[in-house]
Design a protein around this ligand. Sequence first.
Ligand code: AMP
Ligand code: GLY
Length: 425
Amino acid sequence: MKVLVVGSGGREHALCWAIAKSSRCTKLYCAPGNPGIAAVAECVEVAPEDLDGVVAFARDHAVDFVVVGPEAPLVAGLGDRLAAAGIAVFGPSQAAAEIEGSKTLMKDLCAKYGIATANYARFDEPDAAKEYIRARGAPIVVKANGLAAGKGVTVCHNVNEAYAAIDHVMTEQTFGTSGDEVVIEQYLEGEEVSFFALVDGARAIPFGACQDHKARDDGDKGPNTGGMGAYSPTPLVSPALEREIMARCILPMAKGLVVEGKPYRGVLFAGLMMTPDGPKVLEYNARFGDPECQVLMARLKSDALEALYACATGRLDRIVVDWRAEAALTVVMAAKGYPGSYEKGTEILGLAEAEEIEGVYVFHAGTRRENGRLLATGGRVLGVTALGATVAEAQRNAYEAVDRIRWPGGFCRRDIGWRAIRRAG
Ligand code: AMP
Ligand code: GLY
């Protein structure tokens, strides 16, 4: 099978790394990829947002299967375009991807299909939104309706912060039309879990649960980021809870989307808050998480290509997904300054030494090669991933690898996995 992966981050590096190991993969392309991906796939200069370009490349190179990493091209309709060209695609249609692309649609579907989520109201007018905030008080959560590169959600600890968030999203239109409407919701307290399922219409199978660290600093302090590290499995999700999440949060949405005439195909990523009343859905995403995908691919024992292809072609009933017994943990190394502004072009050394450690893989997220030197180009730059018998051992291995990487321009958290490790005693 000739396969094309779309995207250029750590998630796509992990997908390429896993797919390249499949005996069914005869050729692997990545559009546009990165220097880490170049070690396992042929990188081609096509941007993920260039839907015509991706479809033309796939057709001209007789690609059998396209795996779409990021949400933006899916929300723009890449899945539909590839399907119309007769090319198998892992990733939902534009209509189904709206589950991530529109918070108001997501909330309305949760209400319609009885899925537990935070109480909410939606507004298309700032004064009414502020009036609601005044009546409700803080803490409260303000969300831009549309995609905002992971920056559209503000957890507000007082009402002034919430008014400022409304101004930011609606009045200043920081995220453009994504902020024409907002969802204001009840603040939920608890631990978060990233839950993944492969979905094919009304059928779904679990595909791993992780915990992600969204805050920049140790102790889960500091500003929110795209994710500073992740690990799997999580002690929070027992086999019984996994069944409950499938029954209450995944299958009702999959079946609901079929009823709505928007059957979902691909990975459905539910961001869950574990509350005293059980799991509640914070968001659905139409893609793998980043860095969650890195730990999932490290733990996946089954053939990744077979699993994704079975999902994309409606044959989920024919596969069994096996995971390694070990835990996997990813430490994200980011450029100093991230998630604010940061310097680009600083040099990274020592990756080969880091990867000499058994069970360690360094996934590239924001790197570029220039005259043989590896340079940082993004905010999140590397995902140092390790296996271990326990989360604690995976953590030790990951930080041993981190300490072999020589990159003065970068930083990372030193406590990824702390909740699981504390729980294990
Ligand atoms: P979202 O993109 O909707 O998942 O929101 C991003 C992050 O904001 C989540 O991962 C949570 O940490 C936080 N968040 C979102 N909604 C809520 C909520 N209702 N209560 C508490 N925290 C939330
Ligand atoms: N790490 C969270 C996400 O990918 O949305």
